[in-house]
Design a protein around this ligand. Structure first.
Ligand code: PLP
Length: 346
């Protein structure tokens, strides 16, 4: 696919900001070029291209450094994708519902119209409905494992979209480490219209550090680098990420614990009569249908247990993040107590 025909026309003439550290990248020298303060520990601007962090991530994710972009969270990747490819007030994107809310919010902020396609009853993609909109859209977001439903989208459907849609396909894999399916990140050579997003916010436990990734062809990564704010990932965040990425054993231990707890929570929740259904999940949360989502949600808040009420998107559904064993037990205890007040909810 010819990617340059999809880029917003005016961006082709934009000269990116050239930072002081772009012009001289050695670490030795007398630095009087960037109007920094000579005193203090954090006085220097960070590496604008996060070379060390990218090197480490490329090793872990088995990808080429030039096919990797790091954003201020993957939310920045969503915004940049819209800003590169979608002409405000003119182009449209396709997104599925229910799914992660930021595609819609970011599109609205960028004045880009959204074509919302409802997922099927089993939360899979309605391919015929999707195909019917292909011509009208420039970019498509899909989330797998999907938030808030927790399921992986069928590989055949994704493959069909990648082959048939003549625009950019962004696959959001924020929760991929919790799943037993393969990532699409190593398929970007095959599909040059593919952007895969991942994050350190979930399985790596670094939500506060704001480190998100995009895997794509070198051509698309160059576009991200051209329009990103020069110092989009702070030095503190780069260092924090590097520290976390040094300890793979800890990562696997915590991830495996969360998956184990997820299994335990499915069974425990299904034992409660307030819970009607727990959807299968390949992520670090469970979507559960309960007898009265609004009522149970506020009763839990009264006990300072905060879950996500998805009733407005999926009738009577709450989304429970898998916490530590102790946190999960607190949730289960609170729900058991509410069982006794069940009449309040029927
Ligand atoms: C599907 C999905 N994508 C992206 C994000 C945001 O990730 P980040 O913290 O990297 O911005 C979230 C956060 O909840 C999410 O659920």
């Amino acid at each position: 696919m010819k990617i340059d025909t999809l880029i917003r026309e005016h961006l082709k003439g934009v000269t990116p900001y050239s930072s002081a550290r772009d012009e001289y990248s050695n670490s030795d020298g007398v630095f009087l070029d960037a109007n920094e303060n000579p005193f203090g520990q954090y006085n220097r601007y960070p590496d604008p291209y996060q070379s060390k962090l990218k090197q480490r991530l490329a090793e872990i994710k088995d990808c080429k450094v030039d096919q990797l972009f790091i954003g201020n969270g993957s939310d920045e990747v969503i915004d940049l994708s819209l800003r590169i490819f979608c002409e405000p007030g003119q182009d449209r994107i396709i997104a599925f519902t229910p799914s992660y809310g930021m595609y819609k919010v970011s599109a609205s902020i960028n004045n880009v119209n959204i074509i919302s396609i409802p997922l099927l009853e089993d939360f899979q993609i309605d391919l015929p409905a999707c195909r019917a909109q292909f011509e009208k859209a420039k970019l498509l977001f899909l989330c797998s494992p999907n938030n808030p439903t927790g399921n992986i989208m069928k590989a055949d459907d994704i493959e069909a979209i990648l082959a048939e849609f003549k625009g950019i396909v962004v696959i959001d894999e924020a929760y991929i480490e919790f799943s037993d399916e393969n990532s699409w990140a190593n398929r970007t050579d095959e599909f040059n219209n593919l952007i895969v997003m991942q994050t350190l916010s979930k399985a790596w436990g670094l939500a506060s550090a704001r480190v998100g990734m995009a895997f794509a062809s070198e051509e698309i990564i160059t576009l991200f680098n051209r329009i990103k704010p020069p110092y989009n990932v702070s030095r503190l965040n780069q260092e924090c990420a590097l520290n976390q990425l040094a300890d793979l054993a800890e990562f696997h231990k915590n991830k495996d614990l969360i998956i184990k707890e997820r299994k335990r929570m499915v069974d425990a929740l299904l034992n409660l009569s307030l819970v009607k259904k727990v959807y299968p999940s390949q992520s670090n949360f469970l979507l559960a249908e309960v007898v009265n989502a609004n009522g149970i949600y506020s009763k839990l808040v009264d006990q300072s247990i905060i879950v996500r009420n998805r009733h407005s998107a999926i009738k009577n559904c709450l989304r429970f993040t898998i916490g530590s064993e102790e946190e999960n037990n607190q949730l289960l205890n609170a729900l058991s107590k509410l069982e006794n007040e069940k009449s309040t909810f029927s």
